[in-house]
Structures are given as structure tokens and as C-alpha cells.
Design a binder for this molecule. Structure first.
Ligand code: ADP
Ligand code: MG
Length: 256
């Protein structure tokens, strides 16, 4: 584990990429994020786990500003999150996100889905965008599906296209919010394998998942959330074999 993380950190410029400090957020009376401090280093893979309703999705959504925060600060690559406009669009491109539900554009082909953001946000020309899209579709194993529409693909293929689409923007960090939860079991591994490869390639990743095998093999660190708080953080081996908090022990006893 240590070897992997050292190699990854050396491979890129070192430094903190995503930094949350004293982040608080409420939904009405619900204190959904409570004084969250979290730093993700370049090249690091952080798996976020915790019971349903603990705030994992909200945490992800604040990082690319799909949700605002009440107080605290979030910086990406040293810059505070922009509030709106072009700056915000660029930030969203820097922070790739893959959700549980397949959120491809239904009326665009697979190829167009992966080209669109490059042209609109990154101002790439059409030929370059297509080349890159085809190469990324190849990388995630769906090159032969390029001319199809999302509905013609399996869930696992659609999720891999969603990953390719996010990667097309050259994101600094990738957020995955339960990317395999809505998949039929036989499709889970094909998506996890793409994510494993991405991790090996040195991508900085924040992954909310219940796939503990992935957490054990790909994560540099596990962050355990409950009731809007980060309760525990540890390297996977330590977390799974020797959780410190009662909340984590209880959670692990239910899922392992
Ligand atoms: P998790 O992803 O860990 O299951 P979420 O971040 O989705 O948790 O939700 C945390 C809590 O916030 C839950 O109680 C949920 O019902 C609530 N919540 C999430 N989004 C909203 C919203 N837009 N408005 C009000 N409550 C919300
Ligand atoms: Mg969630």
C-alpha cells in the first residue's frame, strides 16, 4: 500500500489538490455536513464509506459545487471554488463526476457524449475532440459502441462511457458517487476494473462505494462518515482489520 502511494505521489507534482476546511452545510434543520476537514493529495485514491444518509453524496456534490456550503472553505488546486459563470464551468470540468444513475445525454450518440464537453468547455476543435473521444472509448473498452445511443448499451457500458466523458475534460480529480450501485451484479466488475486502472495510472480519485474489495485494493485511504461527520480515517488494512470507532465497527459488521 505504502509503495503504491509513494510511487503515485512521486509521479505527479506533489501537493494538496482538494482541501476542505471546517465545511458545514444544512438542509433546513438537518446538519448534513458537520465541520468537515478533508485533504486529498495529488494522485491519492480516497474511498468514502458510511451508512445511507450520512452525507457522502452531499460531500461529493459540494466539491464540484452542485451544492453550496454554509461555511468553511473548499479549494481545488489552491483555488477557492468559483461561484458562477465560466469559472464555475471550468471548475466542473476539472472535477470529473460519475454518478450512480447513468446520466449520459440520451439523444446524443456515445461518441457525441464524449466529444461535447471538449468542444463546449475546453474549446477543442471537432477533429481533435473525436480522436480523443475514440481513444478514451477504447481505453474503457467500448470503442465498438461509439455510434450507438446510450439506451442501446448495458448499464456497465453506459457507466464506462460516463467515465470516458469525464476523462475527456482532463480532470484534475475524479469523483465517483456509488458508480456501481445501480448495476446488475455481472456488470460491476467491468466498471471497477476501469476505475482500478485509472487509480494505477495516478488519477486523483474520491470514490463513494460499498465495494469493499475495491476499497482494499485501490484506496490509499478510507474515510468513514456517519451523521454528517468524518468519524474515522485510515489506510484500508487498518480500517478493515482494526476500526477504532464503534460506529465503524457496527457498520462493518453489517456489510462484511
Ligand atoms: P448519503 O449519500 O451518505 O446516503 P446524502 O448526502 O445523500 O447521504 O444525504 C444526507 C442527508 O441529507 C439525508 O438525510 C438526505 O435525506 C438529506 N438530503 C440530501 N439531499 C437533500 C436535499 N436536496 N434537500 C434536503 N435534504 C437532503
Ligand atoms: Mg449517496
Amino acid at each position: 500500500m505504502t509503495e503504491v502511494s509513494v510511487a503515485k505521489v512521486d509521479a505527479a507534482a506533489t501537493g494538496d489538490l482538494v482541501v476542505l476546511k471546517n465545511v458545514d452545510k444544512h438542509f433546513g434543520a438537518l446538519h448534513v455536513l458537520q465541520d468537515i476537514d478533508l485533504t486529498i493529495t495529488r494522485g491519492e485514491v480516497v474511498v468514502v464509506i458510511g451508512p445511507s444518509g450520512s452525507g457522502k453524496s452531499t460531500l461529493c456534490r459540494t466539491i464540484n459545487r452542485l451544492e453550496t456550503i454554509d461555511s468553511g472553505t473548499i479549494t481545488i488546486d489552491g483555488k477557492p471554488l468559483p461561484q458562477e459563470g465560466k469559472e464555475l464551468a471550468r471548475l466542473r470540468a476539472d472535477v470529473g463526476m460519475v454518478f450512480q444513475s447513468f446520466n449520459l445525454f440520451a439523444h446524443k450518440t456515445v461518441l457525441e457524449n464524449v466529444m461535447l464537453g471538449q468542444i463546449k468547455v475546453r474549446k477543442a476543435d471537432k477533429k481533435k475532440a473525436e480522436e480523443k473521444a475514440r481513444s478514451l472509448l477504447d481505453r474503457v473498452g467500448v470503442a465498438s459502441q461509439a455510434e450507438k445511443y446510450p439506451a442501446q448499451l448495458s448499464g456497465g457500458q453506459q457507466q464506462r462511457v460516463a467515465i470516458a466523458r469525464a476523462l475527456a475534460m482532463d480532470p484534475k480529480v475524479m469523483l465517483f458517487d456509488e458508480p456501481t450501485s445501480a448495476l446488475d451484479p455481472e456488470m460491476i466488475n467491468e466498471v471497477l476494473e476501469v476505475m482500478q486502472q485509472l487509480a494505477r495510472d495516478g488519477m486523483t480519485m474520491i470514490v463513494v462505494t460499498h465495494e469493499m474489495g475495491f476499497a482494499r485494493s485501490a484506496a490509499n485511504r478510507v474515510v468513514f462518515m456517519a451523521d454528517g461527520k468524518i468519524v474515522e480515517e485510515a489506510v484500508p488494512d487498518q480500517f478493515f482489520s482494526n476500526p477504532r470507532s464503534d460506529r465503524a465497527k457496527d457498520f462493518l459488521s453489517k456489510i462484511l
